[in-house]
Design a protein around this ligand. Sequence first.
Ligand code: AMP
Length: 316
Amino acid sequence: MIPELIKKNTPQHRMLAVGSLAFDSIQTPAGKVDRILGGSANYFSISASFFTSLNLVGVVGDDFPKSHFEVLKNRGIDLAGLEVAKGETFHWVGEYGKDLNEAKTLSTCLNVFEHFNPKLPESYLDSRYVFLANIDPDLQRSVYGQIKKPVLVAADSMNFWITGKKQSLLQTLELVDLLTINEGEAFQLSGQNNILDAAKRIRAMGPKILVVKQGEYGALLFTDQGIFSAPALPLATVKDPTGAGDTFAGGLMGYIAHEDAGDEIFKDDAILRRAVIFGSVMASFTVEDFGFTNLLRTTHEQVQARYQEFLKMTRF
Ligand code: AMP
């Protein structure tokens, strides 16, 4: 059965997200683009906006195109927590070789993120679902510390922070219920090279629910109930994998907030498993074109149709 997907706009489903809003310069075997819009919070919130409304926390420089604010607002993403600071927007430069599962970072300029000290608007403090997207773990904790009583807090991170700010990242992990992370980064974070050992170590660091992203091979979910393995949808065209992880997290967390099952989420994997599939569905749209071009033109009907494809593909 395909879960009904009516976007939830009530306050209890509203989700807070903090992360990067960026200019990305990307080279893949399909082409090269310079300074297109990106960032972990951007991909995450656009993806999650198919399921629920959002409160966005982040900072952009005065070089950031204001027209994008309208795009986000029109999707039910509140921008009261988005600061426009004097200076340049975060800029990431990366490339992919034939193996599209691995991004090579050529440069990361934090720019306005270097001095960002988020102060959440009053209306954000009651957020019940929270996603600390890939960004400085100090910043993730500073946002977490301001929220009153969240039901579920999730986070993502990457090699840049595992290498550069491991102790701070470990402090963040102690606070989160759910972590999404790439397989290679799970090995790096845990110091293990077997996925079961790595999952055990990471879950002991804090997050009871762990989702390991395996790029074109899908994702693994680890909980107290066991392991769930979801494939990725085989696609005829993959142009740019940038943002796939954040889009995946947006589908996953968007569906969790949509269902709003409270503590049940920790006791029964049924919602989490469907959430992993919605994550995979959303990511499949992002990679078909550069940036979030394709995600922005995706419809609810297409999301439902791809969910159906997943059901067909995995039934045996
Ligand atoms: P992913 O979903 O893992 O492909 O994430 C891609 C996005 O992450 C890009 O749009 C980048 O702007 C952003 N990004 C890259 N490096 C960092 C970083 N160190 N901190 C925060 N965001 C980053």
